[in-house]
Design a protein around this ligand. Structure first.
Ligand SMILES: Cc1cc2nc3c(=O)[nH]c(=O)nc-3n(C[C@H](O)[C@H](O)[C@H](O)COP(=O)(O)OP(=O)(O)OC[C@H]3O[C@@H](n4cnc5c(N)ncnc54)[C@H](O)[C@@H]3O)c2cc1C
Length: 810
C-alpha cells in the first residue's frame, strides 16, 4: 500500500466519523485499526505510533484529560465567561426548548417534526368558535368602536364577560373555559379579522396577567377568591410592569414596595408600602384588580435576613386609597383600554403578593416563565388572523377592481405584492398552529415564542403595507367601509409590546436560543458556576469534549453539504418538498457551525455584537418558520392545490436564511475566518433566489380564485355573508363577478361593442333588450354591480362629522 492511499483512507475515515458524530473512544479504536493496517503495509512506523499515542492517550484517559486539558480550560472559561445579571439568568432558565433545539443541532430529525400531533379543537371549543365568537363578531362595528366611541360598546363588554371571553385560560374548576392554546389562537384570529380593539381586549387578560400568574403561582386562597371572579368577568385585570424609566429594560423598574407594619382596615398588620408610576398598561383604565411588579425591600428584616428581595408581583384592588388610575393613552387610533397608573404610599397586606410571602422576590422568574407561553399565542395569533382575512379580502378586491380594462390582480406588479401577502398568510398560520401545538404538548417554548412574536408581527406589518398599496385610495380614505386602515395604523403596536422587536431580534432570539438550544453551551455555563470543584470539572469535561466533537461534526457536515450540493441528504418525502428538507438540513449544519465559531471568536463580545447575534437569530428563525410550513402541509394532507403557497413560504425562508448567512459573513469581525467560512458554506457563491415570478403568479391567482386552497387559507375567519360584514360582501362579490364575466362577454358579442366592465346593471338591460341573456343572467349582472360598487366605494363625510367635539373643548 502506498502512503498516499493510506492518507486518503485516514482523511476519509476521519471525515466520515466526525460527520457521523462517533464517540471519542470509537474514533480512537477505529484509528488504531487503521494504524495497524498501515503498519502491516509498512506505511506507518514507530514515530507515527508515538505521535498517535501522544495525542490519543491524554484524550482517552479521563484523569489525564481532565487535569491537563479540561481544568486549565475551565479556569480560562470562568474568566472569559460573559457576566450575567440575575434577571438575564432567570430569563435564560425560563421555559423549555422544542423543535428549535433540533434545528440548532445541525441535523434535524424531520420524522420527529411530523410525528408531533396536529393540534385539534375539542367539541366545546368548536362550539364556542361557531357560536359566541361568531355572534360577537357580528356585534362589533369597528368604525363605531375606533372613531365614534373610542371603546367597545357596553353591549359588547357585557357579552365578553357573560360568555367568559376573559377566562379562556382559567381552569374549569374555577368556572373558566380552560381552552387549549390552539383554541385560544383560533378565537383571537377570528376576532382580530373584525377588530383590533376587540382582539387586544380579549387577548391581554388571557395572556400574561393576573389570571395566568394566579393559576401558576397563586396561593390556594388567592386562587379560590380571584379566579372565579375573573372567570365571571366580575373582576377586570391588568398587569403593570412598564414604567416611564423602564421600558425594554423592565428589570430596572424604579417602583418600590417596602415591608413594614401599618394599620389596614382598622388592624395593625405586616404589609407593603407601595409607590409606583406605570404607563402603557392595557385595561388599566377599566381594571378592578391591578397586577403590579415592583422591587421589594425589607429594610427592617421583617420577613427574613435579605434587605433587597428583588422584583415581586402583587395583586392590588384598584379602589384602595392612594391609587390613581383611569386616564387613557391613545395608541395609534386603536382605542383599546390602555393607560397610566400611579400609587403613592399605598399600603397592602403582605399576602397580596402573588403566591404569598414565599414568592417575595420571585416576580421576574414568574413573568419570564409566563411570557414564554403568552408571547407565542396572543400577538402571533392576532397578526396571523389579521393577515389571513386581509389576504382573502385583497385577493377578492384585486379580482373585482379593474383599471386599464383588466382586473388589477392580473397585473404583474400587483401579483408580486399579492404573492407576498398570500405566502406570508400561509406561513403565519402555520407558525401559530405549530407553536400553540407545542404549548398544548406541555412546552413553555421561550425561544419559539420570541421567534413567533418577532417574525409574525413583522410579516403582519409588511403584508398590511402591501395590502394598502394594492387598494390604493380605497385603503386610505377612512370610514366604515375601510377594512384596512386601522390594521395599518395599529401595526406598530404589536411590534412594540411584549418585547419591542429590535430588542427581540437583536438580543432575545439568538441570546436565549444559543444558550438554550445548543446541546452543550448551557452545560458548560452551569459547570462554570458549580461550586463543587470535582463536579464542576466532571461536568465541564463532559460538555467540552461533547462540544468539540459537535463542532467538528458540523464543519464536516457543512463541507459535505457544499461539495455535494446537499443532494445526498435524506428527506422524509420524495416529492417537490424533498429539496426543501435537504436545504434546511444544510443550513442547520451551517447554523451550528457558525454559532460555535462566533462564540469561540467573539467570546463575551458576542452579546454586544447585536447585529451578528441578530443574523444568527434570523437563520434559526427562518429554519423554524419553514419547518412550520412543511409540517402544516403534511398535516393538511399534502394537498397539491396548496403547493404554491407552501413553495412560496419555504423558498422565501430559504432565501432569507441564505441572505442572513451572507450578511453575517460579510460583517464578521475576523475577516480571515469569514473567508474560510465562506469557502465552506458558499464555495460557488450564493445561489438561492426569492420566489420566482411564476410562483408569485400562481399564489396571486390562488388568492383571486375561489377554491379549496383559498378556503383553507381563510379557515376559521369571520367571512359570514349577512350583507353587513364587509369581508362576506367581498367573498360574495368575487364569486358574482367571476360568474357574470361570461354573461358580460355574451352581451359584448351580441351588441358588437367593447363595453366597459362597469354599470353592469345597464349591461344587463342592454343584454335583455337584444335577447342575448336570460332574466337570471341579467339578475346576476345587477347583483354583481351592487357588490362591485359596495367594494370599490369609499366613505365621505360632512365636515362636522369629522370633528371630535370632546377634544375640541380641551
Ligand atoms: C399599546 C401598548 C400596550 C402595552 N401594554 C402593556 C401592559 O399591559 N403592561 C405593561 O407592563 N407594559 C405594557 N406595554 C409596554 C411595552 O411592553 C413597552 O412599551 C415595551 O416593552 C418597550 O418599552 P418602551 O416603549 O419604553 O421602549 P424603549 O425601551 O424605550 O425602547 C426603544 C427602542 O429601543 C430598542 N431597544 C431597547 N433596548 C435594546 C437593546 N438592548 N438592543 C437593541 N434595541 C434595544 C427597542 O427595541 C425599541 O425599539 C405596552 C406598550 C404599549 C405601547
Amino acid at each position: 500500500m502506498d502512503i498516499s492511499l493510506w492518507l486518503i483512507a485516514a482523511v476519509s475515515l476521519t471525515w466520515f466519523m466526525s460527520y457521523s458524530r462517533v464517540s471519542l473512544s470509537s474514533f480512537t479504536f477505529i484509528f488504531i485499526i487503521l494504524m495497524a493496517v498501515g503498519t502491516v503495509f509498512n506505511v506507518i512506523g514507530f514515530i507515527s505510533w508515538l505521535l498517535f499515542a501522544i495525542i490519543a492517550l491524554p484524550l482517552n484517559l479521563d484523569n489525564i484529560r481532565q487535569q491537563f486539558i479540561s481544568m486549565p480550560l475551565l479556569a480560562l472559561f470562568k474568566k472569559i465567561m460573559p457576566q450575567m445579571s440575575e434577571t438575564e439568568q432567570q430569563a435564560i432558565d425560563a421555559g423549555t426548548t422544542w423543535f428549535d433545539a433540533e434545528l440548532f443541532r445541525g441535523n434535524p430529525d424531520w420524522k420527529k417534526l411530523h410525528n408531533y400531533p396536529q393540534p385539534r379543537l375539542s367539541a366545546q371549543e368548536k362550539t364556542f368558535l361557531d357560536g359566541p365568537v361568531e355572534e360577537l363578531c357580528s356585534m362589533v362595528d369597528d368604525w363605531q368602536t375606533t372613531h365614534k366611541m373610542a371603546d367597545l360598546s357596553p353591549d359588547v363588554w357585557q357579552f365578553l364577560k357573560d360568555n367568559k371571553f376573559f377566562a379562556m385560560i382559567i381552569k374549569k374548576q374555577y368556572g373558566g373555559l380552560e381552552f387549549s392554546a390552539f383554541a385560544q389562537s383560533r378565537v383571537l384570529q377570528k376576532l382580530t379579522g373584525v377588530s383590533s380593539v376587540l382582539a387586544s381586549t380579549v387577548g391581554v387578560p388571557n395572556s400574561l396577567g393576573p389570571g395566568e400568574l394566579l393559576q401558576e403561582y397563586g396561593t390556594r386562597s388567592q386562587q379560590d377568591y380571584y379566579l372565579p371572579r375573573l372567570a365571571k368577568g366580575e373582576e377586570i385585570p391588568c398587569f403593570a410592569l412598564t414604567s416611564p424609566e423602564a421600558g425594554s429594560d423592565a428589570g430596572s423598574i424604579p417602583d418600590t414596595g417596602i415591608i413594614c407594619r401599618q394599620t389596614f382596615e382598622g388592624k395593625e398588620i405586616l404589609g407593603i408600602k407601595l409607590n409606583w408610576d406605570k404607563r402603557y398598561i392595557t385595561l388599566a383604565p377599566v381594571a378592578t384588580v391591578l397586577g403590579l411588579a415592583f422591587k421589594l425591600e425589607d429594610p427592617d428584616n421583617l420577613i427574613g435576613d435579605k434587605k433587597e428581595l428583588g422584583i415581586t408581583c402583587a395583586l392590588i384592588p384598584t379602589n384602595i386609597e392612594g391609587i390613581t388610575i383611569g386616564r387613557r393613552h391613545f395608541p395609534l387610533n386603536i382605542p383599546f383600554q390602555n393607560g397610566p397608573t400611579q400609587g403613592k404610599d399605598v399600603f397592602v397586606p403582605i399576602d397580596y403578593i402573588i403566591g404569598g410571602k414565599e414568592m417575595a422576590g420571585q416576580g421576574w422568574r414568574m413573568l419570564v416563565e409566563c411570557l414564554s407561553v403568552g408571547r407565542a399565542i396572543t400577538l402571533p395569533s392576532n397578526s396571523a388572523g389579521g393577515i389571513k382575512t386581509i389576504a382573502l379580502a385583497t385577493g377578492a378586491y384585486s379580482r373585482i377592481r379593474r383599471q386599464f380594462k383588466l382586473p388589477i390582480g392580473k397585473m404583474e406588479g400587483i401579483e408580486e405584492a399579492l404573492a407576498r401577502i398570500g405566502g406570508n398568510a400561509y406561513l403565519m398560520d402555520a407558525v401559530t398552529i405549530m407553536s400553540t401545538g407545542a404549548i398544548d404538548l406541555g412546552e413553555k417554548p421561550s425561544v419559539i415564542s420570541a421567534i413567533a412574536k418577532y417574525h409574525l408581527t413583522e410579516k403582519m406589518r409588511s403584508s398590511i403595507i402591501d395590502a394598502m398599496d394594492i387598494h390604493g385610495g380605497k385603503g386610505i380614505c377612512m370610514g366604515p367601509s375601510n377594512y384596512l386602515a386601522r390594521g395599518y395604523q395599529g401595526a406598530p403596536i404589536a411590534i412594540t409590546v411584549e418585547g419591542a422587536n429590535i430588542l427581540t431580534r437583536s438580543l432575545i432570539i439568538y441570546g436565549q436560543g444559543a444558550i438554550r438550544c445548543h446541546p452543550y453551551v448551557l452545560a458548560e455555563l452551569q459547570a462554570a458556576i458549580e461550586t463543587d470543584p470535582e463536579q464542576a470539572l466532571n461536568d465541564f469535561d463532559h460538555a467540552l469534549f461533547g462540544h468539540i466533537g459537535f463542532s467538528i461534526s458540523n464543519i464536516s457536515r457543512s463541507l459535505w453539504c457544499s461539495v455535494t450540493g446537499s443532494h445526498s441528504l435524506s428527506a422524509p418525502f420524495n416529492d417537490k418538498t424533498k429539496r426543501y428538507y435537504q436545504l434546511l438540513t444544510r443550513f442547520s449544519a451551517n447554523l451550528a457551525m457558525l454559532s460555535d465559531i462566533a462564540m469561540l471568536a467573539l467570546g463575551s463580545d458576542l452579546k454586544r455584537k447585536e447585529r451578528i447575534s441578530a443574523r444568527l437569530g434570523d437563520i434559526l428563525s427562518n429554519l423554524y418558520l419553514a419547518s412550520a410550513c412543511l409540517k402544516r402541509f403534511n398535516d393538511e394532507g399534502r394537498q397539491t392545490e396548496d403547493l404554491p403557497l407552501l413553495q412560496w413560504a419555504v423558498e422565501d425562508c430559504l432565501f432569507n436564511t441564505q441572505q442572513a448567512i451572507d450578511a453575517l459573513l460579510s460583517n464578521f469581525p475576523n475577516k480571515w475566518l469569514a473567508r474560510i467560512l465562506r469557502v465552506i458554506i458558499f464555495p460557488v457563491g450564493t445561489w438561492l433566489t426569492k420566489p420566482s415570478d411564476n410562483l408569485d403568479h400562481k399564489v396571486a391567482q390562488l388568492l383571486q380564485t375561489p377554491c379549496e386552497a383559498r378556503n383553507r387559507l381563510g379557515k376559521w375567519q369571520y367571512l359570514v355573508r349577512d350583507g353587513k360584514n364587509v369581508f362576506g360582501i367581498l367573498e360574495e362579490t368575487l364569486e358574482d363577478i367571476i360568474a357574470c364575466e361570461p354573461v358580460f362577454t355574451k352581451v359584448c358579442i351580441a351588441t358588437d361593442k367593447k363595453l366597459p366592465f362597469y354599470q353592469l346593471d345597464k349591461v344587463a338591460g342592454l343584454g335583455l333588450s337584444v335577447n342575448a341573456i336570460t332574466e337570471k343572467e341579467a339578475q346576476l349582472l345587477i347583483k354583481a354591480e351592487q357588490g362591485r360598487k359596495a367594494v370599490i366605494d369609499v366613505d365621505d363625510f360632512d365636515s362636522n362629522e369629522l370633528i371630535a367635539p370632546n377634544l375640541l373643548q380641551k
